[in-house]
Design a protein around this ligand. Structure first.
Ligand code: NAD
Length: 545
């Protein structure tokens, strides 16, 4: 069966199952989309978009239209780049301390006005409010880190020259110019402006193409950054179909920061390669969790719920494969299943729901197809496996599958939904090998009471981030350290020094003093080369690096 064909028994298989997850009721007086996304708000937020066409976004909770938005033509993208390019030199000439202050003010504004953005993120993505708050936290941590640390990352560095004392060397970090940023819908705040902050603080302008369905969130962040002191022209937003507007952005950018699927990432990389511009790619995953024999089963079960079902599993670093040691498997599965079945699903702009819904019809179709095909081929449902149209058109219960094996799609392909497969193991080496047996390498999780053992297993996992005794949040949230994917999960890293230096060009300035690097003082070539050979030998003897 190919990936695009739905199994013929899909409808019957789904219909035979009954939903069990409770519904989180909306509190009295809870805000609705009409209260939040008013015509005035849309007009205010879209004022800065260069777009002469029209398009629209939709609300996953209801399936209805959320906002009418401007759509950018190729000419509009050209205009956006021209404006960004014109504004960038003055911004780059602004002292780094001033640029950093913008990030620190933005940090405060996001925390202070979080109700607005939590509503918007929920309405645009369908995620639970608790999961929307992860984005607020992620952006705040990133803004604080680069706000406080950018000057140190970007500071000119002195190096010992080829001839110590005589050659003085300084490494400078120059902004690249205009960064093209293409972002997905699943974490529309953290993955849009979160990755733009280090670009701005290092002196670049940004032309961002958010996913149309979550453009208002990116535009809200732009408004706040401008309020925090960013010159408006330095941050341009274009909106439109990915395959149409995305290549227009790549065609004009000095560097591209892309977050999205591996398939699109390859296309972006090829276009960037043709132009010889740099690109960082944050792509898909099929992330494993290993529950070792000595794990705290209760904590691992609670952690697995967070790791698998946050944002309804539409998180590049969420867990889709669970490897459990045989000796604790029954106890773990019992607890994990009980917690999963008890998760409250809900669609209100308030705390209380443990999970929201999928982002749209396409995501729901993939989830239904993966689960139904697995069940049809012999997998068993431990929890979930059923859509919940009684709550909203894109709700699907958190789902645990057992007895999954190849060639079921759920085994190897990224589902990007609330679906996890269980596998039992007896030998730790086999579990590590199975966890690594995927083209992806984004995130992994290891549960054990023995920290040293956890670190040893982590070092053998081919994943850009590994979390011990948690699913994904500690590694993602620790922004001093790089985050990104190995293998087909990406190229380059966000966060830490790599996350900011990618937006700069290294420039080495060498100042040769007193004597040239050439025969001098009447030396002929032979004397000079002999002298240099002795000098090189001495430098090694004196342990010069
Ligand atoms: P996608 O690749 O379809 O779209 C991502 C962005 O690229 C969108 O803005 C889209 O409009 C644009 N786009 C689409 N076609 C394009 C093209 N031909 N050229 C240029 N741009 C184009 O991905 P998606 O479905 O929106 O996002 C989900 C995927 O993103 C999942 O695979 C997920 O794992 C991955 N993801 C990765 C990370 C990470 O940090 N590694 C984070 C979030 C999501």
């Amino acid at each position: 069966m190919t990936d695009s064909q739905a199994p013929s028994t899909t409808a019957a298989a789904s219909a035979a199952r009954a939903g069990t997850n409770p519904v989180a009721a909306a509190p009295a007086g809870a805000r609705t989309a009409a209260d939040v996304v008013t015509p005035e708000v849309i007009a205010r937020l879209t004022r800065g978009v260069v777009g002469s066409g029209r398009t629209a976004s939709h609300a996953p909770f209801t399936g209805g239209r959320l906002a009418e938005l401007p759509e950018s033509t190729p000419e509009d993208v050209e205009t956006a780049f021209a404006r960004a390019r014109a504004a960038q030199p003055a911004w780059a000439a602004t002292p780094v301390a001033t640029r950093a202050t913008v990030l620190l003010r933005f940090h405060d504004l996001v925390l202070r006005r979080q109700t607005e953005i939590l509503d918007l993120v929920q309405l645009e993505t369908g995620k639970a409010r608790l999961h929307a708050h992860e984005e607020v936290q992620g952006v705040a941590v990133t803004a604080r880190h680069y706000g406080r640390q950018a000057a140190a990352y970007l500071r000119p560095k002195r190096h010992t020259g080829v001839v110590p004392v005589l050659t003085k060397v300084t490494e400078l970090r120059q902004p690249r110019g205009v960064i093209g940023q293409i972002t997905p819908w699943n974490y529309p705040l953290a993955l849009s402006v979160g990755d733009a902050l280090p670009a701005f603080v290092s002196g670049n302008a940004v032309v961002m193409k958010p996913d149309t369905e979550t453009a208002l969130t990116a535009l809200w962040a732009r408004e706040l950054l401008i309020e925090a002191g960013l010159p408006a022209e330095v941050f341009q937003v274009v909106i439109g179909d990915g395959p149409v507007v995305g290549p227009e952005v790549v065609a004009r950018a000095d560097y591209v920061s892309f977050t999205g699927s591996t398939r699109t990432g390859r296309d972006v990389a090829q276009r960037a390669a043709a132009r010889l511009i740099g690109v960082s790619l944050e792509l898909g995953g099929k992330n494993p969790m290993l529950v070792l024999a000595d794990a705290d089963v209760e904590k691992a079960a609670a952690g697995a719920v967070r790791a698998c079902f946050s944002s309804a599993g539409q998180l590049c670093i969420s867990i889709e494969r669970l490897y459990v040691h045989e000796s604790v498997a029954d106890a773990f599965v019992e607890r994990f299943a009980a917690r999963t079945r008890a998760m409250r699903l809900g669609a209100s702009l308030a705390y209380g729901a443990d999970m929201g819904c999928l982002a749209g019809e396409r995501q729901l179709e993939t989830v239904v197809r993966h689960v139904d095909e697995a069940v049809e081929k012999g997998a068993t449902l431990v929890a979930g496996g059923v859509a919940r149209p009684d709550i909203g058109p894109h709700f699907y219960e958190p789902t645990i599958l057992d007895h999954v094996q190849e060639p079921m799609a759920v085994c190897t392909q990224e589902t990007f939904g609330p679906v996890v497969s269980l596998y039992r193991f007896t030998d730790e080496e086999d579990a590590v090998a199975a966890a690594n047996a995927t083209p992806y390498g984004l995130n992994a999780s290891v549960w054990t009471k023995d920290a040293r053992r956890g670190r040893a297993v982590a070092a053998r996992l081919r994943a850009g981030t590994v979390n011990i005794n948690e699913g994904y949040a500690p590694a993602y949230g620790s922004v001093r350290s790089p985050m990104g994917g190995m293998k087909d999960s990406g190229l380059g890293r966000r966060h830490g020094s790599e996350g900011i230096l990618r937006y700069t060009e290294a420039q080495t300035v060498a100042h040769q003093r007193l004597i040239p690097l050439a025969p001098s003082f009447g030396m002929d070539d032979e004397k000079y080369t002999a002298f240099m050979s002795r000098a090189l030998q001495a430098m090694k003897t004196f342990r010069l690096r």
